[in-house]
Design a protein around this ligand. Structure first.
Ligand code: AMP
Length: 121
């Protein structure tokens, strides 16, 4: 597993060093609007703990953190009416996954048809 870089931009958001447009938070998770939205709804949901990606979070986070994260995602989807029309959840990881920020985050996208999952090369 890659080591966690505490200088990544989401760690700075969690420490309050840079601003973010917060949607909501729980004891263990934070949701905020992506700075470059790719859909009418584009939120990023992150754990407050230091995890590099989905695999790291799933392997090391406590059951409480994992439940908190997923229940929060469910509440967000309900709150934004994403469940009725559909949405996409994306977790990029590492080099091949095109992950830019090495703090685990789930993109929640919706509000319009999103097209194919991957663009064809
Ligand atoms: P990923 O490629 O999965 O690591 O996605 C990183 C996402 O973080 C991109 O969609 C960026 O637009 C978004 N992003 C980068 N900096 C910020 C920021 N300061 N506030 C909100 N979103 C950001």
């Amino acid at each position: 597993m890659r080591p966690y870089d505490s200088q990544n931009i989401f760690a700075k958001i969690l420490r309050g060093e840079i601003p973010a447009k917060t949607y909501g938070e729980t004891a263990h998770s934070l949701a905020f609007h992506d700075i470059a939205p790719q859909a009418p709804v584009h939120l990023l949901v992150i754990p407050k703990g230091a995890y590099v990606d989905l695999a790291d979070f799933s392997a090391r986070a406590s059951a409480e953190e994992i439940v908190d994260f997923h229940r929060f995602c469910a509440a967000i989807c309900e709150g934004l009416n994403l469940t009725a029309q559909g949405f996409r959840a994306i977790a990029n990881a590492g080099l091949h996954g095109g992950q830019e920020v090495p703090h685990f985050h789930l993109h929640l996208l919706g509000g319009a048809p999103l097209g194919p999952m991957l663009s064809r090369r």
